[in-house]
Design a protein around this ligand. Sequence first.
Ligand code: NAI
Ligand code: 15L
Length: 260
Amino acid sequence: MQKHILLTGASGTLGRVVAPRLSAAGYRLRLSDVKPFPDPIPEGASFVQADLADGAAVSGIVAGADAIIHFGGISAEQPFRPVIEANILGLTHIFEAARQGGQRVVFASSNHAIGYYERGRTLDTRDPMRPDGYYGLSKAYGELLGRMMFDKHGLESVHVRIGSCLPAPTEARHLSTWLSHDDLERLLIAAIEAPETGHAIVWGVSANAASWWGEDDAARIGYVPQDDASRFGLLPEPGDAIAQRFQGGAFASDGYSRDD
Ligand code: NAI
Ligand code: 15L
C-alpha cells in the first residue's frame, strides 16, 4: 500500500525539489506550507495551507499521515522571535501531533547546529552541538526534542543534518558540505522506509571526498550516498576570515563580535 506522507515546507526550495520526486517514487503526499504551492500539484498529492505556529492547524495536517517530512520553518539566521514562532513552536506542534498519531518524523536539521566547529575538524554526531546562531540553535532544539520524544514516548525520528543541498556546489565550502538532490531523495526514502530508526541523526551530505562529517546513523537507516562534490574541481572561497574559518561559513560570521 502507498504510504501517505505529510511534507511541510512544501513551497520552499527543497520542498519543490522533493515533492515531484516522492510522488514519482509512489508516495501519496499531503503538501503543506504557509505559502501557496507555486508548481502544479503532483499526481495524487494534495495541498493544505497552514501556519506551523497554529497548533490546531498542525494537528489537522498530521492526522491520517503515515510519516512526516518536516521541512517547514525559517531556513536562515533571523532574530530569535520569528525563529521561536516557526521553528521552536512549529516543531513542537509537529512532534506533539506525531506523538498522538504515532508518525515517524523526518526532521530537516542543519549543519548550523554545529557551525562553530573549525573547518577541517572531523565530527561525528556525538560531538557536542555548537550552533552558530538562533537558527542553528532551533535545529539543536529539534534534535533534542526528538531525543526526548523517543526516550519518553518511543516516538521515532530521523534528524537529517543537511549541509548545502543544491543542484551543484558553487563554493569551496560546498566541497565538504554538498548534498545532491539525488542523495537527498535517497536519504528521505531511507528514513521513511527503515524498519526501525529509534532516534537517529544522519549527516545530510553526499559522499564528498572532502567531508568534515564522520560517524552517524546512515548505515542503520540504510542511506548510501552516491554523489561526490570533488568532481566539480576547485571552487571559489567567498566570505570574510570568520566565514572561512568555521564550518557554518557565512552563518558563523553573521553578527560575530568576538575580538580575536
Ligand atoms: P525554504 O526557506 O526555501 O523553505 C522553507 C519553507 O517553510 C518555506 O516555503 C516557508 O514558507 C515555510 N515556512 C516558514 N515558516 C512557516 C510557518 N510558520 N508555517 C508553515 N510554513 C512555514 O528552505 P529550504 O532550503 O527549502 O530548506 C528546507 C528545510 O531544510 C528547512 O527546514 C531548512 O532549515 C533545512 N535545511 C536546508 C538546507 C539547504 O541546503 N537548503 C541546509 C540545511 C537545512
Ligand atoms: C542551511 O541551513 C540553510 O537553510 C541553507 O540555505 C544553506 O545556507 C545551508 O544551510 C548551508 O550551510 O550551506
